[in-house]
Design a protein. Sequence first.
Lengths: 125, 138
Amino acid sequence: MTQLTSDVDKHTALYVEAFNSGDADAVNAMYTEEAVAVWEPGVALTGKARIDSVKEFLAAGPKMTAVVRQSFVTGDTALLIVDWKIDTTDADGKPEHLTGVGVDVLRLGTDGHWRYAIDDPYGEK
Amino acid sequence: MAITVDIDFDNPDLTDDTDLQNEIFLQVFNSGDGELFDKLYRADAISNFSGEPLTGAARLKFFKEFLASKPSLQATVTHSYVAGDVALIGVQYTIDGIQADGAPLHLEGTCTDVLRRVEDGRWLMAVDRPVAGSLLPE
């Protein structure tokens, strides 16, 4: 499943689809090679640690909804402000509801597809 | 305020150093030179300083007008993430100045900045987005 798009307005919805399908490879394909993710506030993950973190998180079968609140799109770089919610289960199997306002930086690749360069889901305090 | 940082006025570079980026940004802002300040932005960059997303000539016009009264900006970096040729920086800022009617101007908030390393290796602003108030009075 490929979820990459040349239309930045469709990127978030495609990401939610990939995320909710539980397909870690599809989710990870939506990040640049050098991407930084800050899924835990203050802890920036990159490379293999970031990729593995997606696999681990999706193993619990989380479901996400996300609404783009603001988008600022330049030629090859975009900033999206996104309201998101995730329902998942914690390590003890108890339901867990996560929510935040994400600050996403996207880059347009030379292949014409947008990818996350920086994913800071708790970016707006 | 005089600019003491090392800067090429024709081709300014915010550099890859977060603290130096902030220092250059502050000094150029506080110099009151809107034209030079605008050169810290890529041609297609979007600035939300006015409260609306501005680019190109509209952005330059706003910077020239807003900086003409030499408002004083102070900012400290709260976080910084760099992913190859793009960076996300968070700052807390305060601005003090005088409004057109002579009343004091005081603004504060947080700002999210996206910087890009461009083709010639320089780092420039791609997007700025102040929150909790624009840089203009309500």
